[in-house]
Ligand binder design. Structure first.
Ligand SMILES: [Zn+2]
Length: 372
């Protein structure tokens, strides 16, 4: 063998080592997150119960049921529609591990887009996981991508044609759960996921549903409650009540001609009243600096601090940052006030969810304190 053969072999060997380390990291994201349901969870199931086609796929995901035994409204809450929006997933996990139902039913799907938890978005440098300190030790949770993992639905089309409207969006949106509704039982991997969730809503006769999200501080819908037109009165009362406790929210109506979104398609396809909430998450923003677990947990970024002081830039960013505890606290408080508002307007069909952690105590004690 000549010298350049040895060089080639050395590089090949180096390549194998790098691939081995990378694949170990990639595969580690397939290990499911562990939740410890409250003893008031009366039943656990899987989403495939509503669409057998997704059984055994990375689209299947746990569903937690709280049944009070007292007739009343059925509430659904989704976290993890976009797995890189960690406050939605963690708020759902907090509910699963804490609440009890005094009236009606609550169904929680903490990781609605399970596939998206198995990868991160390329070129974003996003952390794959984060650690929260609980009363009894540390727990690790995954932070994934915005859409489903491309290996579960490949390749992306050049143009994504929404079913059944025919609306055209960029190809990568074909893996976005929140562009997939109402879904299609004979469609793509993500359309089946969307179909399964809408089947859950129809089968369980859900009255009021929540889809928890986050977005970059520069996005216009930050701190908004977005609802279908049939939810506008409920949302308006909730926004006023939240304002009274110094929590600013805006009320946005779901555009009638923008298809595929939960707040549009759930409301159009079923009797449910849908609500989507957004919090401000700098790790998703274009202005952010170092992208790491610290930013995910503390939401503190010097470039957003500077931008928030400029008068000609519209940024929703707290001077002390947007920590995960604050973002989860907002989701929980919005959830609480919207249910109260629903109950006021539907006195003959109410639901009572007890033990939802209070906004201020989540911030003061840290969200980890509300996980087992
Ligand atoms: Zn989102």
């Amino acid at each position: 063998m000549q010298r350049h053969h040895y060089t080639a072999l050395a590089f090949l060997f180096l390549g194998v080592i790098v691939s081995a380390i990378a694949s170990r990291d990639f595969l580690s994201m397939r290990a499911p997150d562990v939740l410890y349901p409250s003893r008031f969870v009366t039943k656990t199931g899987m989403l495939s119960g509503y669409c057998p086609d997704i059984h055994g796929t990375y689209g299947d995901t746990p569903v937690y049921y709280f049944e009070s035994g007292q007739p009343g409204a059925t509430i659904l809450l989704l976290g993890g529609t976009h797995p890189n929006e960690s406050a939605g997933f963690i708020a759902a996990a907090v509910l699963v591990e804490n609440v009890r139902l005094a009236k009606g039913r609550l169904i929680v799907v903490p990781q609605a887009c399970a596939s998206g938890f198995t990868a991160t978005d390329p070129l974003e440098a996003s952390p794959m996981s984060f650690t929260l300190t609980t009363r009894s030790g540390e727990r690790v949770f995954r932070s994934g991508a915005r859409g489903g993992n491309p290996i579960h639905q490949w390749p992306d089309p050049l143009v994504y044609r929404h079913y059944p409207s025919g609306q055209q969006l960029s190809g990568m949106e074909s893996r976005n759960l929140n562009r997939s509704y109402p879904g299609n039982p004979n469609g793509t991997f993500m359309e089946k996921n969307g179909h399964a969730l809408l089947q859950l809503i129809k089968t369980e006769k859900v009255d009021i549903a929540f889809d928890l999200h986050e977005a970059a501080p520069e996005v216009m819908i930050i701190n908004a409650i977005i609802t279908h037109e049939k939810g506008s009165d409920i949302a308006a009362t909730a926004v006023l009540n939240l304002e009274l406790e110094d929590l600013k929210y805006s009320l946005e109506l779901s555009p009638k001609n923008f298809h595929g979104l939960s707040h549009r398609e759930w409301g159009d396809s079923a009797s449910v009243i849908p609500f989507l909430m957004e919090t401000s998450n700098p790790i998703q923003g274009r202005l952010r600096g170092a992208t790491n677990v610290n930013l995910l947990l503390n939401g503190k970024d010097k470039f957003y601090s500077i931008a928030s002081q400029l008068t000609n830039v519209r940024i929703t960013y707290e001077p002390d940052g947007e920590p995960l505890s604050l973002r989860v606290g907002r989701h929980l408080q919005g959830f609480r006030r919207l249910i109260e508002s629903y109950n006021e307007q539907h006195p003959d069909n109410t639901a009572i969810v007890e033990n939802i952690p209070e906004y201020h105590s989540v911030i003061e004690r840290g969200v980890g304190n509300f996980l087992k």
